[in-house]
Design a protein around this ligand. Structure first.
Ligand code: PLP
Length: 470
């Protein structure tokens, strides 16, 4: 059955019944309530009314191996029957040791140790704190500033927010977090006049060096960046020279380079780490989450080299921890997920299916009056919605094109996760990041449902006179 919400009484957050009030914390008063989820299988989700949705973004870029994977469910059951919690300061677990070995092997040279937490924000907090403790124990106590990019997203806890480049969240929480320096993330679509993609990206990298020097190199601890941004830059891919230049700047000033691969990692881009696409990238730390346990349990990871851990261990150990760090159930699940990633060759599949998806998205874009750009790598892709393709003019932020597209998508049976209306030159983009298990036939279906949803959005834009408005 295909999805339809027209046959239902419209529900809004304003009339949320008792017992259904969780949503009220997320949505503005009057917004429609989403369908209530009943089950998932493969790339599909069903609501309680039996309506089917193609999960075109793997939720929040999480469900990398699809829903209802029997091997993962069995591993979860087996581990639950053995032990679900044993505090890691007292006990090791076979599952966490196996997972650490596996993840470090997949991440490759330079990654010897893994620290497991409950999600992406915790992984980034752990990265920043480990970097800081390393600086303190190696006689560099002035190093405390973490530079990051604008825009960027590194999580919702206060430490992660301090390095997140997002004007909206800063406008609310800014006064509560320490102000950290920000540098520009390179654009791939609205490249400034007089620049090529390369020269623009190099100018962005050089802004990092200028900022380090201005702040005082001996006060800068780390630079954190998403190698390919998700909800921040909408899958904009920088040229190879950018990654090399950033690395050499960090080397020159003794600044640790942290890659936030919470969305881009675990195979999504067609390499286990997005960093693997560029020989010159070579981050010191990598953080992972989302695809690592693929939505079956909460899990994040920080991967680091021996030299960092040895220095910190030599000073008495990492002064940091969470109750659920190295949780054996989550580690067992992630081992099963990575088993699927390896045995189903999902990293290669992300590359191959990514090419097919990109080709389909380009066809959809060519036929649509409102899709100005198609970008990304592997199955980490996005389309950008514009008012005018020739000029790349954006729709008014107040229209909130991504939220409108989500609405049209739900009517057509496609689930599309995105963010608020655009906050700058990276535009109103829609991530398209299906499970890595997606088949060619499902990609065709995704493209078809997306095209129908875009047609609905284009009609709405035309009816409101937004396409022609100056
Ligand atoms: N970093 C990036 C790049 C993300 O995309 C996200 C989540 O979307 C996070 C960090 C935060 O992860 P979590 O929501 O698991 O705390």
């Amino acid at each position: 059955m295909s999805a339809s919400t027209e046959d239902k009484t419209p529900r809004t957050v304003g009339d949320t019944p008792k017992g259904g009030s969780v949503l009220g914390f997320y949505a503005a008063k009057g917004s429609p309530r989403p369908p209530r989820i009943a089950r998932g299988e493969g790339v599909y989700l069903w609501d309680e009314g039996g309506h089917r949705f193609l999960d075109a973004t793997a939720g929040a870029v999480v469900a990398n191996i699809g829903h209802g994977n029997p091997r993962v469910l069995a591993a979860m059951q087996e581990q639950a029957a053995r032990v679900t919690f044993a505090y890691p300061r007292f006990f090791e677990s076979e599952q966490s040791i196996e997972l650490a070995d596996r993840v470090c092997a997949l991440a490759g040279e330079g990654f010897d140790r893994a620290f497991f937490v409950s999600g992406g924000s915790e992984a980034n907090e752990s990265a920043i704190k480990l970097a800081r403790q390393y600086a303190v124990v190696t006689g560099q106590p002035k190093r405390a500033k973490v530079i990051s990019r604008n825009p960027s997203y590194h999580g919702s806890t206060l430490g992660a927010l301090a390095v997140t480049g997002d004007a909206h969240t800063q406008s609310i929480y800014g006064p509560m977090v320490r102000e950290m320096p920000k540098v520009s993330a390179p654009l791939s679509y609205r490249i400034p006049d007089g620049h090529t993609a390369e020269s623009h990206a190099l100018a962005c990298a050089d802004e990092l060096e200028t900022t380090i020097v201005r702040e005082g190199a001996d006060t800068v601890l780390a630079f954190i960046m998403e190698p390919i941004g998700g909800l921040s830059t909408g899958a904009a891919v920088a040229p190879a020279v950018y990654f090399e230049r950033v690395r050499s700047i960090c080397d020159r000033h003794g600044v640790l380079l942290i890659y936030d691969e919470i969305m881009s990692g675990a195979g999504r881009t067609g390499a286990f780490l997005a960093a693997h696409h560029w020989a010159g990238a070579r981050p010191d730390f990598v953080t992972l989450a989302k695809g690592l346990a693929a939505g079956y349990t909460p899990l994040g990871a920080l991967l680091v080299p021996d030299r960092i851990v040895d220095a910190v261990a030599g000073s008495g150990g990492f002064v940091h921890g969470h109750t659920y760090f190295t949780n054996p159930l989550s580690c067992a699940v992630a081992n099963a997920v990575l088993g699927e990633v390896i045995e189903q060759d999902l990293v290669r599949r992300a590359r191959d299916m990514g090419e097919l998806l990109m080709a389909r998205l380009r066809e959809v874009a060519a036929r649509s009056p409102i899709v100005g750009d198609v970008r990304g790598k592997g199955l980490f892709t996005a389309i950008e919605i514009v008012a005018d393709k020739a000029t790349k003019r954006q729709l008014p932020a107040s229209f909130n094109a991504p939220a409108r597209l989500t609405e049209h998508g739900l009517k057509h049976g496609i689930a599309l996760y995105n963010r608020r209306a655009n906050l700058g030159a990276f535009g109103d983009f829609q991530m398209i990041t299906p499970p890595l298990t997606i088949t060619p036939a499902e990609i065709d279906e995704l493209a078809d449902l997306l095209e129908r949803s875009l047609r609905g959005l284009a009609d709405e834009i035309a009816a409101k006179g937004l396409a022609t408005a100056a």
